[in-house]
Design a protein around this ligand. Sequence first.
Ligand code: NAD
Ligand code: UDX
Length: 451
Amino acid sequence: MRKICVIGTGYVGLVTGTGFADLGNDVVGVDINPERIEQLNRGIMPIYEPGLEEMVERNMKSGRLRFTTSYEEGLKDAEFVFICVGTPEGVDGEADLKYVRAAAETIAKLMTRKLIIINKSTVPVGTGDWVSEIVKRAQPEPKPFAVVSCPEFLREGSAVTDFMHPDRAVFGSTDREAAQEVSELYETLNAPIVITDIRTAEMIKYASNAFLATRISFINEISIMCEKMGADVMEVARGMGLDKRIGQHFLQAGVGYGGSCFPKDVKALAYMAATHGTHPELLNAVMQINDFQRKHILLKLHDVLDGNIQDKVIGILGLAFKENTDDIRESPALSIARQLVNRGAQVRAFDPVAMEHSAKSLPELAMCGNAYEVAEGADALVIATPWNEFKQLDMARVRASMRLPNLVDGRNMYDPETMWELGFNYRGVGRGYQGRGVHFKSENGNGNGSH
Ligand code: NAD
Ligand code: UDX
């Protein structure tokens, strides 16, 4: 059993701290947000994450997991302190490190013994060295410490499983012994371990996220071609993905990537590249394609509504940036909803868990009790987040209750042919081929027309 302090109890800190407690360690979670700590101490989860509540409860009961706003309490006996605070987008796309700086300074002032400081937040290359300097300068008297980069790869919605079954764990430090010691905390997870220098570890995180975002923009670009040329991107992705060198993952065309990581991390990497005198042309294209993908959904709506969005009733299914989370940071669904509101549409929506946050962010949005209410009397319906429960809808009932049968399936959840048979004017993403019985019809009047 090791003694661990986790700074920040958001998606990463709460899952990481609880995961370490579950592996038998003694963990204290520290956050500057008193409301969050009070909630946690009452057993209320500040975020929606499948499987997390039971795990927090179990470990709090066993006494291995505690939460506090006090750094003193958190650091008292800690051997390891994980920094898991936010690194949001700052000016010009640069990562804003103010929370990391504040955490590092407070740790330096209050540490009472030798400490390994681990950076789990996603931070620009060179931040580990910067944190070392901050700690040295802020310590009232010199105490031994090491800084290790241990980037996090969990995904929201499957964070608990991702913590327990990581594809790999990465540890970077100039102090190899410290990196080795941190890696031993992960030993029972049996994941492949990469021990490297600190800057390489920091780059592994950005390069991984940027690569995944690139795959998404790649398939989204192909999807636009499919629409023009009469091919089906779902089949294209399957056919490509069966090649072991390509693989099936992250080839789902849709409304573009969102969330608290990809958008800001691709921007931050491009910013870093530019400030180091390189030209991140691929990353710039990835971001442009992603921006276009949201507009593309609006163009589809424009098209099916004959260019008239104002006063139309438009229903949105899903508001979270992806399924199984309540996170709406950089959510394509919410961005589409906002643009429709700005164009004078009456927009209503349903999401299983993200409506509370969304209502605060976009009060003009009318919230409904379920998907059928969203469809009732609507002129168009947009599927924006691929929640499982949207796969199970009685689409004949949905169709019958709509004023106009326009279905824009931003996540390709439904089979085009079945939807056409039910009488929908169906528009998926990248689905130029619209089923066996339906000939290719190019959207927006472009392309080769029917053959
Ligand atoms: P979050 O916003 O959910 O949580 C951050 C928490 O840190 C908040 O509770 C906040 O109150 C707290 N905090 C801020 N300053 C603090 C301080 N000085 N001391 C103590 N607590 C403080 O953020 P997140 O989504 O968990 O992301 C954290 C980091 O991990 C970011 O760098 C992010 O890029 C990275 N990351 C996130 C994910 C993800 O899926 N969310 C995955 C991998 C990596
Ligand atoms: C991502 C990374 O996957 C994770 O490793 C990192 O630690 C944090 O950032 P997350 O943002 O939680 O995780 O979700 P992810 O599943 O990666 O999806 C990101 C966005 O891409 C979502 O908007 C999702 O809908 C979209 N996406 C994903 C696609 O549009 N197509 C795909 O094929 C996959």
